[in-house]
Design a protein around this ligand. Structure first.
Ligand SMILES: [Zn+2]
Length: 402
């Protein structure tokens, strides 16, 4: 596989490289980013941004497909650009939705683009679009296809990744995928999966003065028992450790019960997260948690309503996959260095591609900040770098098969 990377690298003569790099237009990229950022697109409401992306791509001469992918309110956007020769398909994938915060319109401030979705991640999508245009304009795709996909329903808790799951099920997938999230200091090869959970402990009767309390279990005492068992579980899980991704965990973030000091409360609500490493399955972690809650309910005489919400399953990337060598050779060409391997601190669409379809995914995007705040920004020079890198990876990854 190394030979393959080298062979394709050899195709990248200086003239060839220059042609690809020159085909990336900073102005066109910025214009696309401004147009996408100009359309508010909170999770579940990304239709306008998706329509805008379709308009940009159609005006550029690409054939755009819109699939509802299980979410008709904002159909996803897909373009399959083909070289006309057989070969591998490289996918660029991003989410158009932003977290539910007040809309901040886009603005260019010095070397930065600011506004909702600047970091997370509409500007990254614009860089991927520019890479697609550059590859086409430079005539740099000798074989295979580039598939560009963009969708809604990513950001929790409003979204749960269901539109991407549907896209994957409908086979809007490549042989490898690049995800331009705001992360570029490491090449993530492992990441934890996670679910958030709520356990609502109840006794039958209404809230009442404590001196009048009926012979019913204390929901607070049951809550303390549950919390203590979860802490024990967390200690046991901490031995499942990966040097890059950290350890498995059971985390309690909130316990709420009681209105005042002398009222016997009716409910106790506990919330938290469970995170796991590749090798552990969501279904098993989920069952273990539910069984533990059932046992506490049985022994305390309470009832416990359990809710778990999958964020994403765990993520792994085989460092030996040819896609990794190709990414590194393109990265070295654009920066002169290799990117060190590391863990992915968050869950993202790469987890879905890997866990539900076994597709190698690399999260690599522009230098940016302020994600999940009203002060998002992205570095414009770095957007250009990402567009060039993506274009170069496409030309190396998608050689003709014969
Ligand atoms: Zn994101």
């Amino acid at each position: 596989m190394k030979t393959e990377a080298k062979f394709n690298e050899a195709r990248c003569t200086e003239t060839h490289l220059l042609k690809i790099f020159e085909a990336v237009s900073r102005e066109r990229l910025l214009d696309t980013a401004l147009r996408l950022l100009g359309k508010p697109s909170r999770t579940g409401e990304a239709a306008d941004a998706a329509d805008e992306l379709e308009a940009v791509l159609s005006a550029d001469g690409f054939l755009v497909q819109r699939s509802t992918a299980g979410y008709p309110a904002a159909p996803a956007v897909a373009v399959r650009y083909s070289s006309g020769s057989p070969g591998r398909t490289l996918q660029f994938n991003g989410h158009l939705d932003t977290v539910h915060l007040p809309f901040v319109p886009p603005q260019v401030v010095g070397d930065r683009l600011t506004g909702s979705g600047a970091a997370d991640m509409k500007a990254g999508i614009a860089a991927a679009v520019e890479a697609l245009r550059a590859v086409r304009d430079a005539g740099a795709l000798a074989g295979g296809d580039i598939l560009l996909t963009a969708h809604d329903m990513h950001e929790a808790p409003w979204g749960d990744g269901r539109q991407l799951d549907a896209l994957i099920a409908e086979r809007f997938v490549g042989d490898a995928v690049l995800i331009p999230e705001y992360f570029n200091e490491l090449l993530p090869i492992i990441g934890r999966g996670g679910f958030s959970w709520t356990a609502q402990i109840r006794r039958p009767g209404p809230p009442v003065h404590e001196v009048l309390r009926p012979n019913e279990p204390s929901v607070i005492a049951a809550g303390v028992k549950l919390a203590s068992r979860l802490e024990q579980l967390n200690t046991a899980l901490s031995s499942k450790l990966h040097p890059m991704a950290g350890s498995e965990s059971m985390f309690i973030g909130s316990i709420q019960s009681g209105a005042i000091y002398n009222e016997y409360p009716q409910t106790c609500r506990i919330e938290g997260t469970r995170r796991w490493l590749p090798g552990t399955r969501f279904v098993d972690a989920n069952r273990e948690f539910r069984e533990l809650c059932r046992e506490i309910a049985d022994t305390t005489g309470t009832s416990i309503d359990v809710e778990t919400r999958l964020m994403r399953d765990s993520f792994e990337l085989d460092p030996q996959d040819p896609f990794v060598a190709i990414f590194q050779s393109a990265y070295r060409t654009t920066t002169g260095e290799m990117l060190p391997f590391g863990g992915k601190p968050f869950v993202d669409d790469g987890n879905s591609f890997w866990s539900s379809a076994g597709i190698p995914a690399i999260t690599h995007g522009p230098t940016a900040g302020g994600a999940h705040t009203t002060s998002e920004w992205v570095n414009i020079d770095d957007l250009v770098r990402v567009a060039r890198l993506y274009a170069l990876i496409a030309t190396i990854y998608c050689p003709p098969t014969n």
